[in-house]
Structures are given as structure tokens and as C-alpha cells.
Write a protein that binds this ligand. Structure first.
Ligand code: AMP
Ligand code: GLY
Length: 415
């Protein structure tokens, strides 16, 4: 099987790494890490016509689209004209492209989620938020459009809410993503991400991973794309997982199908467990990053076949899940998620066989691998237990050096 992975981050490296155990993998635009397990095609990955001809030329049987932007733009629809594609079309990807649409679908499907309202004007939004605080709630203010995970501001006071609404609706800090804003009640509880392979009405979830979004130890500091993950998540009981699939995944998948949306790809449910009940914070339409880096290392055989079946709209076959534990620590550029320097040389020594270093923000500069983004590497280690994997991941990460490197020291510590 020939598979083309579209994307250039740590998630795509992890996908290419796993798929290359089962298939012949191409990638574009890729990165220096992906180049170790896939053939990089040096073409413009943002041009659908170019990708179509690449699919034909290299006899691609399956395309796996990594990031949300091309999915929202409808790349899957275009490539499906020439081959099988794992990734929803534009109609399905609206779940991530519009939080207003997503909340509406949750409400229609009866998915448990925070109470909310959508606004396009500042004054009524401000009045609504004031009312929620007067009624004893706090709120989360969310730019409706896709804003790289940064368009959500959780507000503990009306001052904070007013500031958030001002930034999104008046100052346009998130551009057109803030044209429409969702205000919802703040929930409290522990979060987890569930990645589910969906093929029309059939679905099968991947092992669960726990993400750490804030930049600094102790979950302090600004939100990031994710600073580390671990899998399995032992605090999550089978009952709770089953309940999440039954109340959050199943009704949404059915509703999408009822509406004629033939969803073939990942459904990423962001959840918060409040008083024992899993509530849906959001849906994404792609694999999580860096969840995928831990999840891929827990899969045995059958993953490529599962993606292919979903891409063809068939029943998803079982795939093998290993009983190892994995911890992934993200090494970021100093300053991330704010301003940071790029082009710094990275030194990766020989590491043990339990470690895989997934490249995220790297590039080649005169034959040397240098930093090229905020999240630079995901150092992923497998072990017999979470503490074993954690110790190995940090031992490896400590040996990898680049100027001003930054990482949290408490990934998986509370597991
Ligand atoms: P989202 O992109 O909607 O998942 O939001 C990003 C992050 O903001 C989530 O992972 C939560 O940590 C937080 N968040 C979002 N919605 C809420 C909410 N209603 N209550 C509390 N925290 C929230
Ligand atoms: N790590 C969270 C995300 O991929 O959205």
C-alpha cells in the first residue's frame, strides 16, 4: 500500500513512523524527522491540483491529512476525486472550523456540554456574560473560527470576560475567527482527549492519551498546543470511556450521517469530567498533537488497514493495542508560545531503543537540523509502566540540546 501523509509536524511524523511499519509512506511537505521513515515529495502541499497529480504519479492508495486547515478548506473532497482519503470533507470539518456549528450539533444530538450562546455583536455578548456571572457562573469565551487552539479564554471574573470579548470582537485579535463568539459556562474537572476513527456510522476509538496544555510546570502559564502526553490514562475507567462513546461520540456520528455528511476521518472529542459526567468541550477533526506521538507507539498491527477501511467508508477492522506505557515530552523553543528564536542547531545523541524523537518544528540548514518552530521535538519513550516511560523520556530529553530549549518537568508526574 502507498500512503501519502500531508503535513509537517510532530503528529505527522508519528503517523508516518507508524504507517511506515505497514506500508510504503510518502510525505509532503514533511520535515527532517519524517524524511527518516518516508519519501519526501518536494512539492507545494498547499496546492490541491499538485497533490492530485502526485497521487496519480506515485500510485497513492491512501492520503492521510494531518492538520485542520486543509481539511476545513476541503482538501479531502478534492483528493477523493483521485484516491482514498482519511480525513473529513469540508462539511464534516466545519465541526472544527466553526465552534458555533459544533455547539449547534452538540445541542441537536443531545451531547452533554456547557450551556452556551453565540454572538456577533459586542453589547449583547457583554450583557449575556454579565447575566451569567450574576447567576453565579463563570464563563469561557471562544472565537468561533479556528484559531490554532488559542481562541479560548476561560474567565474567572466579568472584567476578564469583558477584556476577552473586547479582544475578539472589537480589536479582532484572532482575525475573522472572532467574527462570531461563543460564550459558555465554565466547567470544572479533569480533561482528556478521545481520538476516534469514524467511517460513516461506524467508529472505533484509539487508546486514550492525556495532554498537558499550559506552558509551564504545575499547569501554569499560557495555553499551548500541548507540552506533553502520556498513555494509557489510568484514572479513566472503562465505564467512563464507554459512557463517553455512548453520549458524546455515537450521537454526533449518527447526526452527521443523518444529515448526509459522510464522515471519514478522526473525530477528536475534547472532554471534561465534571462530577463523574463526561462533558464535551469541543470536537476537532484531526489527530491531536502531541497526543498522536504517544498513541502511535501503543499500536501494534492493523492501523493502516483501519485508516484505509475508514477512507473507503467500510466497517473499521480491529487493530492491535499494545500493553506498554508511553510518555512524550515536548521540547520547545525558549519563549514559546510567545516570541522565540529560530535556526538554532539541535544536537541529538544516540538514544536507547525505547525512545523515538518525533520532529515538529525542525528544518535542515546546510545539512544540519535546526529549530524552525515553537514546539521543536517530541521525545517519546515506551516502558512497562508510566513511571518507567517517564524516566526514560526525561533521560533522553536531557541529552538533546539546543539553545534556550524549554520543556515541562512534570509531564505524567500526576499519572
Ligand atoms: P477548546 O479549544 O474549546 O477545547 O478549549 C481549549 C481549552 O480551554 C480546553 O482544553 C479547556 O482547558 C478550556 N476550556 C474550554 N471550554 C471550557 C469550559 N466551558 N470550561 C472550562 N474550561 C474550558
Ligand atoms: N493537543 C491538543 C490538540 O491537538 O488540539
Amino acid at each position: 500500500m502507498n500512503i501519502l501523509v500531508v503535513g509537517a509536524g510532530g503528529r505527522e511524523h508519528a503517523l508516518a513512523w507508524k504507517l511506515s511499519q505497514e506500508a510504503n509512506v510518502f510525505a509532503c511537505p514533511g520535515n527532517p524527522g519524517i524524511a527518516e521513515c518516508a519519501q519526501i515529495l518536494p512539492v507545494d502541499a498547499s496546492d490541491a491540483e499538485v497533490l492530485k497529480s502526485v497521487c496519480v504519479e506515485h500510485k497513492i492508495d491512501l492520503v492521510v491529512i494531518g492538520p485542520e486547515d486543509p481539511l476545513i478548506a476541503g482538501l479531502a473532497d478534492e483528493l477523493r476525486e483521485v484516491t482514498n482519503v482519511f480525513g473529513p470533507g469540508a462539511a464534516g470539518a466545519e465541526l472544527e472550523g466553526s465552534k458555533a456549528f459544533s455547539k449547534d450539533m452538540m445541542a441537536r444530538a443531545g451531547v452533554p456540554t456547557a450551556a452556551y450562546k453565540v454572538f456577533t455583536d459586542f453589547e449583547p455578548a457583554e450583557a449575556f456574560a454579565t447575566g451569567r456571572f450574576e447567576a453565579g457562573h463563570e464563563v469561557a469565551v471562544k472565537a468561533s473560527g479556528a484559531a490554532l487552539g488559542k481562541g479560548v479564554i476561560v474567565c474567572g471574573s466579568m472584567d476578564e470576560a469583558e477584556d476577552a470579548l473586547r479582544r475578539m470582537m472589537l480589536d479582532k485579535e484572532f482575525g475573522s475567527a472572532g467574527d462570531s463568539v461563543v460564550i459558555e459556562d465554565r466547567l470544572h474537572g479533569r480533561e482528556f482527549s478521545l481520538l476516534t476513527i469514524v467511517s460513516g456510522r461506524s467508529y472505533r476509538s484509539l487508546p486514550v492519551a492525556q495532554d498537558y496544555k499550559p506552558a509551564y510546570d504545575g499547569n501554569e502559564g499560557p495555553n499551548t498546543g500541548g507540552m506533553g502526553t502520556y498513555s494509557p490514562v489510568e484514572w479513566l475507567s472503562d465505564d467512563l470511556l464507554e459512557r463517553t462513546e455512548r453520549t458524546v461520540v455515537e450521537p454526533l456520528v449518527s447526526l452527521m450521517a443523518d444529515r448526509g455528511i459522510d464522515y471519514r476521518g478522526i473525530l477528536f472529542s475534547g472532554l471534561m469530567v465534571q462530577d463523574g459526567v463526561p462533558l464535551c468541550l469541543e470536537y476537532n477533526v484531526r489527530f491531536g498533537d502531541p497526543e498522536t506521538q504517544s498513541v502511535m507507539r501503543r499500536l501494534g498491527s492493523g492501523f493502516a488497514d483501519a485508516l484505509m477501511a475508514a477512507a473507503q467508508g467500510k466497517e473499521i477492522p480491529e487493530f492491535e493495542v499494545l500493553d506498554n506505557s508511553v510518555v512524550t515530552v515536548v521540547m520547545a523553543s525558549g519563549g514559546y508560545p510567545g516570541k522565540y528564536e529560530k535556526g538554532l542547531a539541535i544536537d541529538v545523541p544516540e538514544l536507547g531503543p525505547e525512545t523515538v524523537v518525533f520532529h515538529a518544528g525542525t528544518k535542515l540548514d546546510q545539512g544540519r537540523v535546526v529549530t524552525a518552530g515553537g514546539r521543536v521535538l517530541g521525545v517519546s519513550a515506551s516502558g512497562a509502566s508510566i513511571p518507567d516511560a517517564r524516566a526514560a523520556a526525561y533521560q533522553s530529553a536531557e541529552q538533546i540540546t539546543f539553545k534556550d530549549r524549554m520543556m515541562r518537568s512534570d509531564i505524567a508526574l500526576d499519572a
